[in-house]
Design a protein around this ligand. Structure first.
Ligand SMILES: [Zn+2]
Length: 89
């Protein structure tokens, strides 16, 4: 009865549809009506995931409605989201 012990939950990138473990993806959540990055994976609510790489982040930015609004069934604008800064400046 050890089924499931080694299972790693997979999430799908909302940009490229690649499946990866959630540790390889950056989580986003809608808090108080605004989308934000969930760096510490602690925000409540429905989450969406994007590959932790410039390619998918750039595509999400340029195709905001197609990626992020579709994922959250929302109507946000790109200005609503605080985009990633260089973390290790
Ligand atoms: Zn991706």
């Amino acid at each position: 009865m050890k089924d499931g012990c080694s299972h790693i939950p997979e999430r799908t990138c909302i940009v490229c549809r690649r499946k990866a473990s959630k540790h390889e993806l950056l989580r986003m959540s809608v808090v108080k009506g605004l989308p934000m990055w969930d760096y510490k994976r602690r925000l409540p609510g429905r989450g969406a995931y994007v590959c932790f790489g410039e390619e998918c982040l750039e595509k999400a930015r340029h195709n905001f409605k197609g990626c992020i609004n579709r994922a959250f069934r929302g109507n946000f604008s790109a200005e609503d989201l605080v985009w990633l800064q260089k973390i290790d400046n």
